[in-house]
Design a protein around this ligand. Structure first.
Ligand code: ADP
Ligand code: ZN
Ligand code: ZN
Length: 814
C-alpha cells in the first residue's frame, strides 16, 4: 500500500501543506524528516508533517530523497510551528525554517542566464539586468538582489523570462552544514600479529637506509597497541613522529585501517569548568524553588514571574530549577538577551552542568551551531543557553524554559515570522507540560498585569543576597539625583553637563574611580522641546510628541501636521528647538573639561570600528579608561566594580518618541543603567539630567519603585486602549515608491474596515494608514495600519499583498 504524506515545502511561495507519496523502495519516513520534493517546476526541501490515508488530490508526486534519517523537528516543534504560523500570520515555511539550524534548511534559488543576446530593451531595469547577465554570466537570485539593492527587478525579470530573452531555472543548494568527521587510525590485525610486525620492522635492515621509516612505522603500531582503541591521526603523528605516508604504507600493507568518525564541534571544549558546589539557598530562594518544583514534579505546565532586583539571586534559582529538571530526565532551555550572554553566566552554567551545556550565540560558526543542535537532538545536553532562537533547540523532553530579563526587546523577532519568544515559549511549555520562568527586575507590564491577576504565578525575591558581599551586608541600590536642566539654563549654564554632574565627575576622576555617561540616542533630535518649560511640542489630537521633518512637524499616529512654532504653545517662550546630542559631542566635552581623563565611546559605530563588544568592555573593565560614554547598549548586564558614578545626559530622549512603550522602555533602561553604579564596596551615585523632572517614568526610576511606575503606566494604557487591555496588530507596507506603499495600505485598510463591519466586531478598530515614524528605511518608504481589539491578528488573511508584513503583538509602532 502506498504511503501518503503531508509535507510542508520550504519555499516562500508554498502556502501551506501539500500531499506527496513515498516511491517504492523508500521506507522509514517519519514525522519531522527533512526531504527533497518536487514543487512546481522546482526541487525544494520539505518537512514531513504527518501521514494521511488518502490524499486530497487525484495525483500525488513522489518524495525524491530523505536528507537525514533522523527527524529534524520533534512533534512538539511541528505543533509549535503551526501555532506560530497561525498566531503570527506568517507562512508555515518561515516558521519551520526559523526552527532549523542555519545552513541545514535551504531554499531553492533561481538561476538567471541570458538567452537572447540581440534583444535591446527600453526599460532601464531590463537594460540593467541584461547588462549584468552579459558581463557576469549566470547569476543567482541572491546576487541579483544584492546588485539591484532597493530597486524592484523581479517583475521585469519575469517579463524577460516569458518573452524568452532570459532563461531561469531553479537549483537546490545542498545543506552547507554537515557533521564534522575526523580521520582515525585503528589496527586491522590482532595484537599478536601486530607485535610480530613491529618486531620485523625493528629488525628490518638494521643498518640500511630504510631504517628511519621502519622505526617510525613500528612506533605507529606501538602507539595503537598501547592505546587499545582507534586514535585520531594527529595523535598518531604526535606520538610517533610519523607522516601521512607512513600511515598509508601500513594501511596498504593491511596492518591498519583509516576510518572516519563523526565528531562534535563544541565551542566550550578547551574551556575547563571546575565543577562548583551550589551555595545554600536563602529562605526566599528556597520558597520560590519549591513552588517551581511542585509544578515540575507532576508535569504541570505553569508560568512564573520571578520578580527580583539584580543580585537578588534569580540566576541561582534558574540553576537549581535546571538541576531539578535534569534530575527528572528532562531538559532545560535558558534564554538570555544576546548581549547579556556574559562570561559570568556561561561560567556559572558550565560549572553546574559540565559537559552537558549547549551554548548558542551569534558568533558560533554554522558548523558549531549545527553540532549544538545535533547534541540537543541526541539527548546529550541537559541545558541549552542562548538568545531567542535557542528556544528551537530540538531537545527530546523539555521540562523547563527560562527567559532571563523577560522584558527585553530582543525577545521579539525583528523579521518575519515576528514571533515573541515569551508568548511562543508559553505555548511550547503548555504542549510539553513544562515550567516556564520569566525573570526580571523590571517586568514587562503585560507580564506584570497577568501576574497581578493570577494568570502567572508571582514568585518574589525581595532582597539582594548578602552572602555574596565581602562584608556580608546586602549592597544598596544607589541614590539617584534628578537635575532639572531648565534650572541650569536659568542659572546661566548652557553646557550639556549640569553643575552637579560636573562636580560628581570631577570627584570621581580625582578618586581614580570610573564613570559611565549614558545617552539614550533613540529618537535623538526629532522632537522639538521647549527649553524653558521642558514640554515637547505635541499633537493637539493625540498628545504624542510631534516629530520634525525639515520645517514640518508631523504626528505619526493621526497625520496631523504643522510648521515649527515660534513660541512654545505651553509657556510662550521662544527657547524652542530640536534636541540632539551624540556620543561624539559628549566625548569632546569631557575631554575639554577634564583634559587628563581617558575616555572610551561605546555605541554601534564604535563597536563597528573596534570589532567586538568584549574588547571594548575588557578595556574598560581593566580600568584602561576612566569614562565610558555609550548608548542603550551599555545598559545591560555589565558587572563593573570600579564604576561609582553614572551620569544620564538627557533622560527623556527616548520618552519623546511617539510610541506607547516609550515610558516603559525608559523606565527599564534607567533602572538598569542606575544599577551599574556601586556594584562593589564603594558607594555609587547616579545623576539623571532632564527637562521633565516630574515625569513619572523618571521619578519612579529614580526611586527604584517599579510598582508605582506600573500603576501609573497601566492607567494610561487602559485609557488609551493599549496592551494589556487591547491587543495590537500592525500591517506594514514597504515600497521604494511612496505612493505605491500608501495606495496598498489604503486598499488594505478598506478591506479590513469592511471585514470588521461584516463580522460585527464592535470592539475592534483600525487606525491609519499613516507613514511610520521611521518613514524611510534603506531607501524604502513605510506606511502602516494598526488594528486594535481582542484578537486583531485573526482579521489578517494570508497571503498578504506584495511588500506587506504582518506584525501581531508589535513591541513598537515606530
Ligand atoms: P540575579 O540573577 O538576581 O542578579 P544572582 O543569582 O546572580 O542574582 O546572585 C547574585 C550573587 O549572589 C551572585 O554572585 C551569586 O553567586 C550569589 N548568590 C546567589 N544565591 C546565593 C546564595 N544562596 N548564597 C550565596 N551566594 C549566592
Ligand atoms: Zn514652553
Ligand atoms: Zn495625532
Amino acid at each position: 500500500m502506498t504511503t501518503f504524506l503531508e509535507i510542508a515545502p520550504l519555499a516562500p511561495s508554498a502556502k501551506s501543506i501539500f500531499h506527496y507519496h513515498l516511491p517504492d523502495g523508500m521506507e522509514n519516513v517519519v514525522q519531522g524528516n527533512l526531504v527533497v520534493v518536487p514543487f512546481g517546476s522546482q526541487k525544494v526541501q520539505g518537512v514531513v508533517m504527518g501521514s494521511i490515508l488518502r490524499p486530497e488530490v487525484p495525483v500525488t508526486r513522489a518524495v525524491e530523497e530523505i536528507l537525514d534519517p533522523l527527524p529534524v523537528l520533534t512533534s512538539f516543534q511541528l505543533h509549535l510551528a503551526k501555532w506560530m504560523a497561525n498566531y503570527y500570520r506568517a507562512t508555515l515555511d518561515s516558521c519551520l525554517s526559523a526552527m532549523l539550524p542555519p545552513g541545514l534548511a535551504r531554499h531553492a534559488e533561481g538561476l538567471y542566464e541570458l538567452a537572447d543576446e540581440s534583444y535591446r530593451p527600453e526599460k532601464p531595469v531590463q537594460q540593467r539586468l541584461i547588462k549584468l547577465l552579459r558581463e557576469r554570466g549566470v547569476l543567482r537570485t541572491g546576487q541579483l538582489r544584492t546588485a539591484f539593492g532597493p530597486v524592484e527587478w523581479e517583475r521585469e525579470a519575469g517579463r524577460l523570462v516569458r518573452s524568452g530573452v532570459v532563461r531561469r531555472c531553479s537549483v537546490l543548494p545542498p545543506p552547507s552544514v554537515r557533521p564534522k568527521k575526523i580521520r582515525m587510525v585503528q589496527l586491522a590485525v590482532s595484537r599478536r600479529e601486530a607485535e610480530a610486525v613491529i618486531a620485523s620492522l625493528q629488525s628490518e635492515g638494521i643498518s640500511s637506509a630504510r631504517r628511519p621509516a621502519a622505526q617510525r612505522r613500528a612506533r605507529i603500531l606501538e602507539a595503537l597497541l598501547d592505546e587499545g582503541k582507534p586514535l585520531a591521526v594527529e595523535w598518531v603523528y604526535a606520538s610517533s613522529n610519523a607522516k601521512l605516508g607512513d600511515v598509508k604504507w601500513l594501511a596498504e600493507a593491511g596492518w591498519l585501517d583509516l576510518v572516519y568518525e563523526e565528531t562534535m564541534r563544541d565551542p566550550l571544549s578547551g574551556r575547563s569548568f571546575s565543577a562548583a558546589e551550589p551555595p545554600l539557598l536563602t529562605g526566599e530562594q528556597n520558597a520560590v524553588l519549591r513552588m517551581m518544583v511542585s509544578a515540575l514534579e507532576p508535569r504541570r505546565a505553569e508560568r512564573f514571574l520571578l520578580f527580583g532586583i539584580t543580585g537578588s539571586g534569580k540566576t541561582e534559582v534558574y540553576l537549581r530549577a535546571a538541576a531539578e529538571t535534569a534530575a527528572r530526565g528532562r531538559q532545560a532551555i535558558v534564554l538570555v538577551p544576546e548581549i547579556a550572554l556574559t562570561p559570568q553566566m556561561v561560567q556559572r552554567f558550565g560549572s553546574r552542568f559540565p559537559g552537558r551545556l549547549g551554548l548558542v550565540h551569534s558568533r558560533l560558526s554554522q558548523g558549531e551551531r549545527y553540532d549544538v543542535w545535533r547534541r540537543a537532538r541526541a539527548g546529550n545536553l541537559d541545558v541549552v543557553l542562548g538568545p531567542r532562537s535557542a528556544l528551537f533547540s530540538p531537545l527530546p523532553d523539555v521540562g523547563l524554559i527560562v527567559l532571563d530579563e523577560e522584558h527585553d526587546a530582543s525577545y521579539k523577532a525583528g523579521s518575519a515570522p515576528f514571533y515573541h519568544a515569551r508568548e511562543t515559549a508559553w505555548e511550547y511549555a503548555r504542549t510539553l507540560k513544562a515550567v516556564c520562568i520569566l525573570g526580571s527586575a523590571t517586568p514587562d507590564l503585560v507580564t506584570y498585569h497577568l501576574a497581578e491577576n493570577g494568570k502567572i504565578t508571582l514568585a518574589r525575591l525581595t532582597r539582594r543576597v548578602a552572602a555574596a558581599m565581602p562584608d556580608g551586608r546586602p549592597p544598596q541600590l544607589p541614590p539617584v539625583e534628578i537635575v532639572d536642566m531648565r534650572q541650569e539654563l536659568r542659572a546661566g549654564n548652557r553646557s550639556m553637563f549640569s553643575r552637579s554632574l560636573h562636580a560628581a565627575l570631577k570627584d570621581c576622576l580625582e578618586r581614580k574611580e570610573q564613570a559611565i555617561l549614558f545617552l539614550n540616542r533613540r529618537g535623538m533630535a526629532s522632537a522639538v522641546v521647549c527649553r524653558s518649560c521642558g514640554k515637547p511640542v505635541a499633537c493637539p489630537r493625540c498628545s504624542l510628541p510631534l516629530t520634525s521633518h525639515g520645517e514640518i512637524l508631523l504626528c505619526h499616529h493621526c497625520s496631523y501636521r504643522r510648521g515649527i512654532p515660534v513660541r512654545c504653545p505651553n509657556c510662550a517662550s521662544t527657547a524652542i528647538r530640536p534636541l540632539g546630542t551624540g556620543t561624539r559631542q559628549v566625548e569632546a566635552e569631557v575631554q575639554r573639561l577634564f583634559p587628563g581623563a581617558r575616555t572610551l565611546r561605546w555605541d554601534r559605530d564604535a563597536v563597528e570600528e573596534a570589532g567586538e563588544h568584549d574588547i571594548l568592555l575588557e578595556h574598560f573593565a581593566s580600568h584602561r579608561a576612566d569614562v565610558l560614554i555609550g548608548t542603550q547598549m551599555i545598559a545591560k548586564g555589565l558587572d563593573l566594580p570600579h564604576v561609582t558614578l553614572v551620569g544620564i545626559i538627557l533622560a527623556e530622549l527616548g520618552l519623546l518618541l511617539p510610541d506607547y512603550r516609550s515610558p516603559e522602555r525608559i523606565f527599564q533602561v534607567l533602572g538598569q543603567v542606575a544599577g551599574r553604579a556601586g556594584r562593589a564596596a564603594q558607594p555609587g551615585k547616579v545623576v539623571l539630567q532632564t527637562y521633565l523632572p516630574d515625569h513619572y517614568a523618571l521619578t519612579c526610576a529614580a526611586a527604584h519603585d517599579f510598582p508605582a511606575f506600573a500603576r501609573m503606566e497601566t492607567g494610561h494604557r487602559r485609557a488609551l486602549g493599549y496592551p494589556p487591555f487591547q491587543n495590537l496588530a500592525r500591517l506594514l507596507f514597504v515600497h521604494t515608491n511612496e505612493s505605491v506603499a500608501r495606495e496598498r495600505a489604503e486598499a488594505m485598510a478598506g478591506t479590513l474596515r469592511a471585514r470588521i463591519v461584516e463580522q460585527g466586531l464592535v470592539e475592534t478598530s483600525l487606525t491609519g494608514p499613516v507613514p511610520c515614524f521611521f518613514e524611510k528605511i534603506g531607501g524604502r518608504f513605510r506606511w502602516q495600519i494598526v488594528l486594535r481589539g481582542p484578537s486583531p491578528g485573526a482579521l489578517i488573511e494570508l497571503p498578504l499583498p506584495e511588500g506587506a508584513q504582518a506584525d501581531v503583538d508589535p513591541v513598537t509602532l515606530l
